[in-house]
Design a protein around this ligand. Sequence first.
Ligand code: GLV
Ligand code: MN
Ligand code: MN
Length: 424
Amino acid sequence: MSEDARSLAQRAQGMIDALATISADPDKLTRLYLTEQHRAAAQLVGEWMRRAGMTVRMDAAGTMHGVMPAGRAGRSGNRRLLIGSHIDTVVDAGRFDGTFGVIAGILAVEELRRRNVALPFEVEVLAFGDEEGVRFPKTLIGSSTVSGALGDAMLDLTDANGVTIRDALLAFGGDPDALADEAYAPGSVIGYLEVHIEQGPVLEQAGEPLGVVSAIASQGRYRIAIKGEAGHAGTVPMDVRHDALAAAAQVILITEEIALKHQKASCVATVGEIKVSPGASNVIPGLVEFSLDLRAATDEARATAAEAIRYRIRNIGVKRGVLVSIETMHEKPVATCAPHLKKAIADAIGKATGKKARELMSGAGHDGQAMIHLTDIGMIFVRCRAGISHNPLEFVETEDLGTAVEALVGTIESMADSYGANNR
Ligand code: GLV
Ligand code: MN
Ligand code: MN
């Protein structure tokens, strides 16, 4: 490993550890969108961006932007290369998911300056605040704002305490009425790059520190409500009950069965959140609300699985005499990485690791799913231990962090070469 990569690795690790101390819970890493902890993390990231010589601002959705001006004229004009990831986390998270992508962007800018590389385009690092979609029933708010893919009717969605996105944005110092103005014009950017931990086992099993992402899986998030009839747990006979939780249990098992049926298309179904009302041990559940996250390698497979789930749920509703509703909260088709960015990334990985870069699909969601509405996307994956993520055991070797930043620097340099020669 080169001295440069070693130094980058150590700095990346220090920054990751610093961000990991910013949590709503002293015993766990939890940093949700538009919270006090998000603000503290955004401030720290802003300081790092300034230290790297970037001009910094926070936008209306709470995203931090750091811009490094172009170092030389080129045929890309004043267009920008965007590099980003997210600084929000799931509940009881690992420390690398998202944060490393932001840190890699900042360190790459610092490194390019240190090496006196003059780029023919501006570089902008973005630290998005909502990739996980944990606090509100909406996800990718920061990246959708920048890419102009936000859509309407989301400001009145509420968190578990009834706080709307609108009020949370205002309290954070954002501006719900200015979100549409933040959208970038497609002609103003040349692409979006993201470094992210793999969150799966492929690279580790192959003995490769980095990989190039081919595409991000098709994803849907739904909210299912089952309304039955609350009653006395001791007096209502079993055969006349309309137990909403028993119906939900059957639905959950069916989502598992259908995902297994579409395993070849990497279909996965997860119910990760459930609320039972009224919620007492001696009351038959009258209402159950739960989330369903459904993904697959193709849009067709996800649509077929979603339709099968809807059909089976309706039947359960009729059989059990309960009312079922399914609301779509988020749907994103497969996001395919651009061939020219995959090539630049693969070449840079080859240089940084001495190995031919492996292509792999991302089952996890990323800000690139929103950024693809604006521009071409490319992603570098970094191996993590045993594929564990969304878990405090998430772990990446420090050395791999340095190699990943090297590969990002190499990708940017390769794009600079292309933009010196033509205007893609
Ligand atoms: C985010 O990590 C997601 O894939 O849901
Ligand atoms: Mn992530
Ligand atoms: Mn995540």
